[in-house]
Design a binder for this molecule. Structure first.
Ligand SMILES: C[S@@+](CC[C@H](N)C(=O)[O-])C[C@H]1O[C@@H](n2cnc3c(N)ncnc32)[C@H](O)[C@@H]1O
Length: 229
């Protein structure tokens, strides 16, 4: 791990419990939505998998696919290892590495980032995103799922959501050392950098967005100044 300072090793054991406590089955519902959206994909890359919840659903539901996982935490990798059996002809490669070390984005036809980019400050995203974005091929879909925070929360649910996100950043800052303090609007960054949004789903409270992007072949402009939503 070259630049990475996030460390989920300390909380990998409690992560599923904390997830259930805070969100019930909500995140699991989004994992099922992800898997429904990648049925015809054959070379899947999951960045920041966590402890294997998404992989488990993929292994049960999909056949004859190639899955690569890039996960920075060695403890999370050990948990993911449980699923490394050849089920339904699926092949898994687990790389204990940070996104900053991975270069082969172009070999995949599907890339998944779920509650991943919210771990980083805008300066870190600015440094990782160009290699990620340039590397994605035109037949690849990129699925991004993350929390949504409103710049000016006004309704009661937006305010509570905002406070929940503040609390999550405080908790993860203390337990994993992440320095990020706010959600970075990946949608704006994607649209400004040659991606088109082909599918979007929202949930209100907690506010979560599911976004599926493809590379827009006609655009070659590059921008890394997202407009915060
Ligand atoms: C908030 S968890 C999300 C886990 C899972 N994707 C989910 O939806 O529940 C973030 C994950 O990203 C991993 N991670 C953090 N920094 C990373 C990096 N630079 N490269 C790859 N993975 C990283 C963490 O170890 C952790 O497993």
């Amino acid at each position: 791990m070259i630049f990475s300072i996030n460390n989920y090793n300390h909380i990998s054991t409690f992560y599923p419990f904390l997830e259930k406590l805070a969100f019930g089955s909500t995140l699991q519902t989004f994992r099922h939505l992800i898997v429904k959206s990648i049925r015809f994909k054959k070379k899947i890359l999951i960045i920041g998998e966590g402890n294997g919840h998404l992989l488990k659903i993929i292994m049960n539901d999909l056949r004859n696919i190639n899955i690569t996982i890039v996960e920075d935490s060695s403890s999370m990798c050990m948990k993911i290892n449980k699923f490394q059996h050849n089920k339904h002809g699926n092949e898994i490669k687990i790389l204990n590495a940070g996104i900053e070390e991975y270069k082969n984005f172009f070999i995949h036809d599907c890339i998944i980032t779920s509650f991943f980019w919210d771990n980083f400050e805008s300066s870190e995203i600015r440094s990782y995103f160009p290699t990620f974005s340039d590397g994605i091929s035109s037949d690849c879909i990129w699925i991004n799922v993350d929390f949504h925070d409103h710049t000016y929360p006004s309704s009661p649910s937006e305010i509570v959501n905002h406070l929940l996100i503040r609390f999550l950043y405080l908790f993860f800052g203390l337990t994993t050392g992440i320095k990020a303090k706010r959600i970075f609007a990946m949608k704006n960054l994607a649209l400004e950098n040659g991606f088109s949004l082909v599918k979007e789903a929202h949930q209100s409270f907690p506010f979560i967005v599911f976004e599926c992007f493809v590379k827009d072949n006609f655009s070659s402009t590059y921008s890394i100044n997202p407009i915060e939503s």
